[in-house]
Design a protein around this ligand. Structure first.
Ligand code: URA
Length: 236
Protein backbone atom coordinates (compact mmCIF):
# COMPACT_ATOMS: atom_id res chain seq x y z
CA UNK A 1 0.00 0.00 0.00
CA UNK A 2 1.40 3.39 -0.97
CA UNK A 3 1.80 6.23 1.54
CA UNK A 4 -1.02 8.00 -0.30
CA UNK A 5 -3.35 5.02 0.11
CA UNK A 6 -2.46 4.72 3.78
CA UNK A 7 -3.19 8.42 4.31
CA UNK A 8 -6.52 8.00 2.51
CA UNK A 9 -7.53 5.06 4.72
CA UNK A 10 -6.52 6.98 7.86
CA UNK A 11 -8.52 10.02 6.71
CA UNK A 12 -11.59 7.90 5.94
CA UNK A 13 -11.34 6.23 9.30
CA UNK A 14 -11.11 9.60 11.05
CA UNK A 15 -14.17 10.80 9.15
CA UNK A 16 -16.07 7.70 10.18
CA UNK A 17 -15.15 8.23 13.81
CA UNK A 18 -16.20 11.87 13.57
CA UNK A 19 -19.53 10.82 12.11
CA UNK A 20 -20.35 8.52 14.98
CA UNK A 21 -19.11 10.83 17.68
CA UNK A 22 -20.79 13.93 16.32
CA UNK A 23 -17.43 15.50 15.44
CA UNK A 24 -18.52 16.89 12.09
CA UNK A 25 -19.44 20.48 11.69
CA UNK A 26 -22.08 21.01 9.09
CA UNK A 27 -22.60 23.94 6.74
CA UNK A 28 -26.05 25.09 5.80
CA UNK A 29 -29.28 25.64 7.55
CA UNK A 30 -30.71 22.75 9.49
CA UNK A 31 -34.07 21.88 7.96
CA UNK A 32 -36.10 22.29 11.10
CA UNK A 33 -34.57 25.66 11.76
CA UNK A 34 -35.57 26.75 8.29
CA UNK A 35 -38.94 28.40 7.94
CA UNK A 36 -41.83 26.13 8.75
CA UNK A 37 -43.76 24.82 5.80
CA UNK A 38 -46.30 27.20 4.39
CA UNK A 39 -49.10 24.79 5.25
CA UNK A 40 -51.12 25.55 8.34
CA UNK A 41 -49.92 24.24 11.69
CA UNK A 42 -51.24 20.71 11.89
CA UNK A 43 -50.36 20.26 15.55
CA UNK A 44 -54.00 19.78 16.44
CA UNK A 45 -54.36 17.00 13.92
CA UNK A 46 -51.24 15.25 15.21
CA UNK A 47 -52.44 15.61 18.80
CA UNK A 48 -55.74 13.96 17.86
CA UNK A 49 -53.87 11.16 16.12
CA UNK A 50 -51.59 10.62 19.12
CA UNK A 51 -54.64 10.30 21.36
CA UNK A 52 -56.11 7.70 18.99
CA UNK A 53 -52.86 5.73 18.98
CA UNK A 54 -52.64 5.76 22.74
CA UNK A 55 -56.22 4.52 23.09
CA UNK A 56 -55.78 1.82 20.42
CA UNK A 57 -56.44 -1.78 21.39
CA UNK A 58 -56.81 -3.22 17.89
CA UNK A 59 -54.18 -5.88 18.50
CA UNK A 60 -52.92 -7.76 21.54
CA UNK A 61 -50.02 -5.34 22.05
CA UNK A 62 -52.54 -2.81 23.33
CA UNK A 63 -53.01 -5.13 26.32
CA UNK A 64 -49.33 -5.76 27.05
CA UNK A 65 -47.79 -2.30 26.62
CA UNK A 66 -46.90 -0.09 29.59
CA UNK A 67 -47.01 2.97 27.38
CA UNK A 68 -47.85 3.65 23.79
CA UNK A 69 -44.93 5.20 21.84
CA UNK A 70 -46.55 7.36 19.18
CA UNK A 71 -43.43 9.24 18.04
CA UNK A 72 -42.04 12.68 18.73
CA UNK A 73 -40.28 15.62 17.19
CA UNK A 74 -40.92 18.48 14.87
CA UNK A 75 -44.13 18.08 12.88
CA UNK A 76 -42.72 20.56 10.34
CA UNK A 77 -39.53 18.52 9.92
CA UNK A 78 -38.17 17.82 6.48
CA UNK A 79 -36.66 14.60 7.76
CA UNK A 80 -38.47 11.70 9.43
CA UNK A 81 -36.80 8.59 10.85
CA UNK A 82 -38.98 5.48 11.01
CA UNK A 83 -37.88 2.53 13.15
CA UNK A 84 -39.41 -0.85 13.80
CA UNK A 85 -41.10 -0.95 17.20
CA UNK A 86 -40.53 0.29 20.75
CA UNK A 87 -38.24 -1.74 23.00
CA UNK A 88 -38.25 -2.00 26.79
CA UNK A 89 -36.85 1.52 27.42
CA UNK A 90 -39.26 3.11 24.97
CA UNK A 91 -42.20 1.19 26.47
CA UNK A 92 -41.23 2.43 29.91
CA UNK A 93 -40.85 6.09 28.86
CA UNK A 94 -43.41 6.35 26.05
CA UNK A 95 -40.74 7.88 23.80
CA UNK A 96 -39.07 6.49 20.68
CA UNK A 97 -35.39 5.53 20.51
CA UNK A 98 -34.36 6.30 24.09
CA UNK A 99 -32.32 3.12 24.72
CA UNK A 100 -28.93 2.10 23.33
CA UNK A 101 -30.08 2.17 19.73
CA UNK A 102 -31.49 5.62 20.42
CA UNK A 103 -28.11 6.78 21.68
CA UNK A 104 -26.57 5.78 18.38
CA UNK A 105 -29.41 7.39 16.42
CA UNK A 106 -28.81 10.61 18.38
CA UNK A 107 -25.16 10.55 17.29
CA UNK A 108 -26.13 10.01 13.68
CA UNK A 109 -28.61 12.90 13.82
CA UNK A 110 -26.01 15.15 15.51
CA UNK A 111 -23.43 14.26 12.88
CA UNK A 112 -25.89 15.49 10.26
CA UNK A 113 -25.91 18.85 12.00
CA UNK A 114 -29.36 18.32 13.46
CA UNK A 115 -30.96 17.67 16.80
CA UNK A 116 -34.00 15.68 17.82
CA UNK A 117 -35.96 18.92 17.78
CA UNK A 118 -35.24 19.25 14.04
CA UNK A 119 -36.56 15.86 12.95
CA UNK A 120 -39.49 13.58 13.66
CA UNK A 121 -38.87 10.06 15.00
CA UNK A 122 -41.42 7.28 15.07
CA UNK A 123 -41.87 3.55 14.51
CA UNK A 124 -43.96 1.20 12.41
CA UNK A 125 -45.50 -0.25 15.59
CA UNK A 126 -46.56 2.06 18.37
CA UNK A 127 -46.53 -0.60 21.10
CA UNK A 128 -43.75 -2.91 22.25
CA UNK A 129 -43.85 -6.52 21.06
CA UNK A 130 -43.16 -8.70 24.14
CA UNK A 131 -39.53 -9.83 24.49
CA UNK A 132 -38.62 -7.58 21.56
CA UNK A 133 -39.80 -10.19 19.07
CA UNK A 134 -40.33 -9.17 15.44
CA UNK A 135 -43.60 -7.43 14.64
CA UNK A 136 -46.28 -9.83 13.37
CA UNK A 137 -47.87 -9.11 9.99
CA UNK A 138 -51.30 -8.58 11.58
CA UNK A 139 -49.80 -6.03 14.01
CA UNK A 140 -48.19 -4.14 11.14
CA UNK A 141 -51.46 -4.17 9.19
CA UNK A 142 -53.36 -2.70 12.19
CA UNK A 143 -50.72 -0.09 13.02
CA UNK A 144 -49.68 0.98 9.51
CA UNK A 145 -52.55 3.49 9.04
CA UNK A 146 -51.25 5.47 12.04
CA UNK A 147 -47.81 5.79 10.45
CA UNK A 148 -49.36 6.69 7.09
CA UNK A 149 -51.41 9.43 8.75
CA UNK A 150 -48.37 10.76 10.63
CA UNK A 151 -46.41 11.02 7.39
CA UNK A 152 -49.37 12.67 5.71
CA UNK A 153 -49.51 15.35 8.42
CA UNK A 154 -45.75 15.98 8.38
CA UNK A 155 -45.23 15.69 4.62
CA UNK A 156 -41.43 15.50 5.00
CA UNK A 157 -38.95 15.86 2.18
CA UNK A 158 -37.11 12.70 3.19
CA UNK A 159 -37.93 9.55 5.15
CA UNK A 160 -35.13 7.39 6.50
CA UNK A 161 -36.39 3.84 7.07
CA UNK A 162 -34.30 2.24 9.79
CA UNK A 163 -34.00 -1.47 9.12
CA UNK A 164 -35.80 -4.05 7.04
CA UNK A 165 -39.16 -3.90 8.83
CA UNK A 166 -39.58 -0.17 8.33
CA UNK A 167 -38.35 -0.23 4.73
CA UNK A 168 -40.45 -3.24 3.73
CA UNK A 169 -43.55 -1.87 5.40
CA UNK A 170 -43.28 1.55 3.79
CA UNK A 171 -42.27 0.22 0.37
CA UNK A 172 -44.59 -2.78 0.49
CA UNK A 173 -41.93 -5.22 -0.60
CA UNK A 174 -39.99 -8.09 0.86
CA UNK A 175 -36.47 -7.16 -0.20
CA UNK A 176 -33.40 -7.70 2.00
CA UNK A 177 -32.25 -4.44 3.62
CA UNK A 178 -28.79 -4.95 2.11
CA UNK A 179 -30.32 -4.63 -1.35
CA UNK A 180 -32.46 -1.60 -0.51
CA UNK A 181 -30.08 0.53 1.50
CA UNK A 182 -28.20 3.38 -0.11
CA UNK A 183 -30.83 4.05 -2.76
CA UNK A 184 -33.68 6.52 -2.74
CA UNK A 185 -37.17 5.14 -3.34
CA UNK A 186 -40.35 7.10 -3.97
CA UNK A 187 -42.97 7.11 -1.22
CA UNK A 188 -46.46 8.57 -1.54
CA UNK A 189 -48.59 9.34 1.52
CA UNK A 190 -52.08 7.91 1.88
CA UNK A 191 -53.55 11.15 0.51
CA UNK A 192 -51.27 10.91 -2.53
CA UNK A 193 -48.71 13.53 -1.45
CA UNK A 194 -45.31 12.81 -2.92
CA UNK A 195 -43.03 11.56 -4.13
CA UNK A 196 -41.16 11.74 -0.83
CA UNK A 197 -37.63 10.36 -1.11
CA UNK A 198 -37.24 7.33 1.12
CA UNK A 199 -33.77 6.09 2.07
CA UNK A 200 -33.56 2.64 3.67
CA UNK A 201 -30.53 2.07 5.86
CA UNK A 202 -29.40 -0.32 8.57
CA UNK A 203 -31.16 -0.11 11.94
CA UNK A 204 -28.96 1.29 14.76
CA UNK A 205 -29.58 -1.94 16.72
CA UNK A 206 -28.11 -3.88 13.82
CA UNK A 207 -25.05 -1.62 13.91
CA UNK A 208 -24.70 -2.28 17.65
CA UNK A 209 -25.04 -6.03 17.16
CA UNK A 210 -22.81 -6.21 14.09
CA UNK A 211 -20.15 -3.71 14.98
CA UNK A 212 -17.87 -3.16 12.02
CA UNK A 213 -16.39 -0.17 10.23
CA UNK A 214 -17.92 -1.48 7.01
CA UNK A 215 -21.49 -1.36 8.33
CA UNK A 216 -20.96 1.98 10.01
CA UNK A 217 -19.43 3.38 6.83
CA UNK A 218 -22.44 2.24 4.78
CA UNK A 219 -24.87 4.07 7.09
CA UNK A 220 -22.64 7.13 7.00
CA UNK A 221 -22.69 7.03 3.19
CA UNK A 222 -26.49 6.74 3.22
CA UNK A 223 -26.79 9.74 5.53
CA UNK A 224 -24.46 11.78 3.35
CA UNK A 225 -26.90 11.23 0.47
CA UNK A 226 -29.72 12.41 2.71
CA UNK A 227 -27.67 15.45 3.77
CA UNK A 228 -27.01 16.31 0.13
CA UNK A 229 -30.75 16.20 -0.62
CA UNK A 230 -31.41 18.50 2.33
CA UNK A 231 -28.63 20.90 1.36
CA UNK A 232 -26.56 20.07 4.46
CA UNK A 233 -22.86 20.01 3.68
CA UNK A 234 -20.06 18.55 5.69
CA UNK A 235 -17.28 21.11 6.16
CA UNK A 236 -14.04 20.19 4.37
N1 URA B 1 -35.82 0.26 18.05
C1 URA B 1 -36.81 0.76 17.28
O1 URA B 1 -37.03 0.32 16.15
N2 URA B 1 -37.53 1.75 17.78
C2 URA B 1 -37.33 2.28 18.95
O2 URA B 1 -38.03 3.21 19.31
C3 URA B 1 -36.27 1.76 19.72
C4 URA B 1 -35.54 0.76 19.26
Amino acid sequence: MSQRDIKKVVRQHKELEDFYTGGFSVKGKAPARAAAKSSQDDGGEMDKLVKEMCECCQCSLGGTRSNCVPGEGNIHAQLVFVGEAPGADEDEQGRPFVGRAGGLLDKIIAAMGLGREDVYICNVLKCRPPDNRDPKPEEIIRCMPFLQRQLDIIKPKIIVALGAHAARTLLNNNMPIGQMRGKFFDYYTSSGFGPIKLMPTFHPSYLLRNYSDDNRRLVWEDMQKVMAELGLKKKK
